[in-house]
Design a protein around this ligand. Structure first.
Ligand code: FES
Ligand SMILES: [Fe+2]
Length: 415
């Protein structure tokens, strides 16, 4: 998992109004709830008292109540009520929930997973998505696969004619995307399965965003071709645009074995002619997303479940030239992880120095927050930009270049 990033962890509509919402993300059980003013709060769901899951508790005014012994925690994570000790109890400071920054943008709830900073970076989407006026629908699901394998499966489409070929709903893709009017769309399957060569392949890296364009065509009949635009943005956004199809998928780690997929399908202009009744159009999108969830995605996951190793990392694959986007993704992942590690180390050193200068010899600060699967320690320097595209670690960052490509077995030959 890549620290110091914003991760979408839910759709905004998934937050329950009248009780806490529990999810597992980034290897940790989390509880989300709204205070009386409607502000969303996200905290570790493990009650520091005896470890019960607070998401199974209740909302009590501006606090969330643990289901086990009724301890109540406020939006800052401080325990305000311990019923067993009575109204005037002195509550131990160690009864403190770790609280995570969250924001609501683009219909999603975003969790900042990383070091505490005075100022957090903005949540920025690629410009192609920000300016996209198309109506859209969103669906989500979870799968027992590692996010690296999931992301890499969405950063190439030459598996499509092999993995997505035989289910009856795949026929819809053949007909719509590859059938020709001259043949009454009956040639769709044949054309679809034949179009598996990648040409005109280009990849451009911009900070922690990768853009790729290519044509997927039939070698013997180059006219049978589809043009693709793909985007990856760290940590887990993928976007594809081809023909009528435009989809954004965010992949967020639930833990090291499971991944959340949030898929957003955009309305294509021709749908207005095909379905003139406006309220019906979202249902077409929802039906398409359901088909993705129930058919196409399980076809991909069927492959992923049997992949070895379970985690994709630099050095474990033998990439070919048209896997350049996959290779760049793994390079960026390594780079961001290394940067986060260096930042955490620098922060820890600065913290030690400060203490050596200012603290009395025998009085170390007592931490009151609990620890679990937590991201790197706070360094408090507030200097990061959240996507790692700029900063002071130039030497490490250069590894996304030619030398890193060589290590990953990529040749620069274009097909
Ligand atoms: S475990 Fe939460 S109040 Fe006891
Ligand atoms: Fe697929």
């Amino acid at each position: 998992m890549i620290p110091n990033q914003w991760y979408p962890i839910l759709q905004t509509g998934d937050i329950k109004r009248d009780r806490p919402t529990g999810v597992r993300r980034m290897g940790e059980e989390l509880v989300l709830w709204r205070d009386l003013g409607g502000t969303l709060v996200c905290q570790s769901a493990r009650c520091p008292h005896k470890g019960a899951n607070i998401a199974e508790g209740r909302l009590k005014g501006n606090t969330v109540e643990c289901p086990y012994h009724g301890f109540r925690y406020n939006a800052e994570g401080t325990c305000k009520v311990v019923p067993a000790l009575g109204a005037n109890a002195r509550i131990p400071q160690s009864l403190q929930l770790k609280t995570y920054p969250v924001r609501e943008q683009h219909g999603l709830v975003w969790l900042w997973w990383g070091e505490a900073r005075e100022q957090l970076p903005e949540i920025e989407l690629p410009h192609e998505l920000v300016g996209n006026p198309r109506p859209h629908e969103t669906i989500s699901w979870t799968r027992p696969v590692h996010y690296t394998r999931y992301i890499e499966s969405l950063l190439e489409f030459y598996h499509v004619t092999f993995v997505h070929r035989d289910h009856w709903t795949n026929n819809i893709d053949y007909t719509f995307m590859y059938g020709t009017a001259r043949n009454l769309w009956m040639d769709g399957r044949e054309r679809y399965l034949a179009a598996n060569k990648i040409v005109n392949h280009e990849v451009v890296v911009d900070g922690t965003t990768i853009r790729s364009t290519f044509d997927q065509c039939e070698e013997a009949n180059p006219a049978n071709s589809s043009h693709f635009n793909l985007i990856y943005q760290a940590p887990g956004l993928t976007h594809v645009k081809t023909g009528l199809l435009e989809i954004t998928t965010w992949l967020t780690p639930i833990d090291d074995e499971n991944t959340l997929a949030i898929m957003r399908l955009y309305e294509y202009p021709q749908l207005r002619t095909m379905v003139p009744i406006k309220p019906l159009r979202p249902w077409v999108l929802r039906a398409s997303l359901l088909m993705e969830k129930l058919v196409q995605d399980p076809q991909d996951v069927g492959i992923m479940l049997r992949q070895e190793p379970k985690v994709s990392e630099r050095g474990v694959n033998k990439f070919i030239a048209v896997d350049e986007m996959n290779a760049k993704f793994l390079q960026i992942r390594d780079r961001l992880k290394a940067e986060a590690e260096a930042d955490a180390k620098a922060g820890a050193e600065a913290h030690t120095e400060t203490h050596a200068e200012t603290a009395p010899a025998a009085a170390p600060e007592t931490p009151v927050t609990q620890t679990s699967t937590t991201p790197p320690a706070t360094n408090g320097n507030g200097s990061g930009n959240g996507n790692g595209s700029k900063g002071a670690h130039g030497t490490r960052r250069k590894r996304t270049g030619a030398a890193a490509d060589r290590e990953d077995g990529l040749t620069k030959a274009r097909s």
